[in-house]
Ligand binder design. Sequence first.
Ligand SMILES: Nc1ncnc2c1ncn2[C@@H]1O[C@H](COP(=O)(O)OP(=O)(O)O)[C@@H](O)[C@H]1O
Ligand SMILES: N[C@@H](CC(=O)OP(=O)(O)O)C(=O)O
Length: 423
Amino acid sequence: MKVFKFGGASVKDAASVKNVREILSHYNGERLCVVLSAMGKTTNALEAVADAWIKQDMAAITLLNEIETFHMDISKELNGAGSKQLKLIIREIRQLLQSAPPALYDAAYDLVVSNGELMSTAIVSDYLNLNGLTNQELDARKVLITNEAYRNARVSWEETSGKIRAAFDESNPEQFAPVTVTQGFIGSSTNGHPVTLGREGSDFSAAIFAYALDAGEMIIWKDVPGVLNADPRHFDDTVLLDRISYRDAIELAYFGASVIHPKTIQPLQNKNIPLYVKSFEKPEEKGTLIHSFEDQPLNTPCYIVKKEQVLVSVSPNDFSFIAEDGLHTIFGLLSHMGIRINLMQNSAISFSICIDDHPDKLNRLFKALSGDFRVKYNRGLELITIRYYNKKITDKIVNKRPVLLEQKSRLTVQLVVESQKSK
Ligand SMILES: Nc1ncnc2c1ncn2[C@@H]1O[C@H](COP(=O)(O)OP(=O)(O)O)[C@@H](O)[C@H]1O
Ligand SMILES: N[C@@H](CC(=O)OP(=O)(O)O)C(=O)O
């Protein structure tokens, strides 16, 4: 069994869907689990629909009409009549928008946003079936079971593994074709409510399927040749990494290398499943292999720049040691508010954290801290992470900017610097 993941960029229009078929045709006869994301930027568009619906703004219908046109145009280009399944999904979203949204914003969000992946699989599965690649569609909501943490649902591994294995059981009469097409990013809670796993979570979904199925390998098909030592959108002269260890991959992804979702690595590492990242434009090229190469450190510096960062320093008003009681309170607030720490450092009476600049969350945090702590902050910053750093590359990326905070380990340096002034 191989698990393939095709992201939004690889199914963004009719030509891309034809390319997916072409790639799959090279694996003729093999058992494949094909995990798809929503087409192009559909998830962003559905977020706008959800927001309008929750605010009971009529714009929700207009926005949905645009999404319908986008998908129907692609589906008709691939199959003159358009997918019947797609029409049903759009009818269901329309009915949903006519009802009152649930009180919980995130539950309403998941009800709407989960449809992106359903529309995409309906179109692709239909096209493949009409063009010689017989497949069945599996509704990921029936097998990927989670808690009810909407928009960031946590997987119930045992139940999910059992359900996935049962769905792929070859003695199961519903299993008739070697190819199964399913959705990334979505699942359902134990109470049967649709959930999403967090933005860009389809890579993670594919890893969940790979884990449950004890897959021989997983391939993520991307618009880049593989994992590079930096994001080619922001740096010239990037280098393809032929092979990297699970450890390097999880560290790079965690620090913000957006080519792989950070949660993808753990399930694969746990079952020692090799992960390939390959180009959907040049599928014959070998791409990057991520596997258990833990004793083979890279000799190429890898760097990641996270923009729109804020550095927050918190000190207790009563001059007490921050580590004694302060940290407990601060971590509790951060966890409760869903704020992720990108870098942290403490001294006797102060604690500094570098976090993403979300003004609403920051204001709530500052308000909650204001009773017991003095809070200072700097905005307009970048967090630079360099794994396998050396002085030359560090100086080049910092480019003489003031460094507000620096942290070094044997392999990794992280620096908080002022953002480059745009010319
Ligand atoms: N280290 C890296 N190596 C390769 N690509 C990277 C890296 N860091 C960031 N990227 C970016 O990740 C993008 C691919 O991810 P993404 O757009 O999420 O794909 P998809 O939505 O199709 O899954 C590339 O276009 C590239 O700009
Ligand atoms: N469609 C979801 C899930 C996802 O992973 O998408 P992509 O594979 O295009 O990053 C999102 O945009 O967040």
